[in-house]
Design a protein around this ligand. Structure first.
Ligand SMILES: [Cu+2]
Length: 341
């Protein structure tokens, strides 16, 4: 069997462009990891998969999470009121190691926050106090570094505050939820690219004090999956699993406001992008202004960039969305919105 390589997937991946790719996709490459180079920073258990290429469906039960659930799942933590009257909102993150099926027949030795990629979508309101209890339940040192405004000691980088959190250790990060917008969090331990690419990242939403208009809210974090640890991505995805929103598609109600929180945590490629078919959206970079910067159908993000997209579908039908780097699209970063009455 051929080894799983980016080039092999691209050469064999033409059928993947069809909507039925998850059922009928054929590729010439098998899902088999490369042997692990000595001295590399993490273990790669040798694994040979009986499935060929992308044929079949990802077993979301075995993975422990379903991208369709993550899409609309927000972790608002637990709250209590401080003596000052402010709300203290508390969250728990645990770093774990687990093998995930990241595209049909393709396994990946992942590192996760709370057993999923991306980690939970942490959500608080502007001005609240946020407390993140982090436990390292893995065999490697990690941290949680939040974007946003906080004290240096709460930055989640080596050498500051609690610094590196060793296996079995825990710490608490605490800061005010500010500014409102769409932010991200991720591990900040070297080699950084590996720690992030393995899956240690998530979205952090701060709602404006007065909230936002009601909408069907979605979260998508774009990323790559370097399944053979050669520092380039074999699979591209939003929310952990390649092709996850092709079949079944994401159901949307015609005329309803859609608000998509979009971020990019892709390693090994300088940019990623989101392109919407048959429509345009208003784009709010970083979500920190209530006025959109642009009306467009395509937005590009460097790693760490994020924003909020808003639009409505005026008519029912099936509309594609995908990276506008065609190579990323063919390797997993594509999906459908199914607009219904
Ligand atoms: Cu890490």
């Amino acid at each position: 069997m051929a080894r799983l390589t980016r080039r092999g997937l691209l050469l064999g991946g033409a059928p993947l462009l069809a909507g039925a790719a998850l059922v009928d996709g054929r590729t010439t490459s098998a899902a088999q990891h490369d042997g692990h180079a000595a001295g590399a920073p993490y273990a790669n258990p040798a694994h040979t998969d009986a499935h060929g290429g992308f044929r079949g469906r990802v077993d979301v039960t075995a993975n422990g999470f379903d991208p369709h659930t993550l899409l609309r799942e927000f972790d608002t933590g637990t709250t209590r009121r401080l003596a000052s009257g402010r709300v203290l909102r508390s969250f728990e993150l645990v770093a774990l190691e687990q093998e995930l099926e990241v595209a049909p027949g393709v396994t990946f030795a992942a590192w996760t926050y709370n057993g999923r990629i991306p980690g939970p979508t942490i959500r608080a309101r502007e001005g609240e106090r946020v407390r993140i209890s982090f436990a390292n339940g893995s065999n490697h040192p990690h941290t949680v570094h939040f974007h946003g405004i906080h004290a240096a000691a709460m930055d989640g980088v080596p050498g500051l505050g609690a610094g590196i959190i060793e296996p079995g250790q825990r710490t608490v990060y605490e800061f005010d939820a500010a500014p409102f917008g769409m932010h991200l969090y991720h591990c900040h331990v070297r080699p950084l690219a590996e720690h992030i690419a393995k899956g240690l990242f998530g979205a952090f939403i701060v709602d404006p004090a007065d909230g936002r208009a009601d909408a069907d809210e979605l979260v998508m974090v774009m990323h790559g999956l370097d399944t053979n640890f050669d520092r380039e991505n074999e699979i591209y995805a939003v929310n952990g699993i390649g092709f996850a929103y092709m079949d079944p598609p994401i159901r949307i109600t015609r005329g309803e406001l859609v608000r998509l929180y979009l971020g990019n945590m892709t390693e090994f490629d300088p940019i990623n992008s989101f392109h919407l078919h048959g429509n345009v959206f208003e784009y709010y970079p970083t979500g920190t202004s209530l006025r959109p910067s642009e009306l467009t159908d395509t937005v590009m993000q460097c790693q760490g960039q994020r924003g909020i997209l808003e639009w409505r579908f005026p008519a029912a039908g099936r509309f594609m969305f995908h990276a506008h780097q065609s190579e990323f699209t063919e390797l997993g970063w594509q999906g459908f919105f199914e607009v219904v009455e």
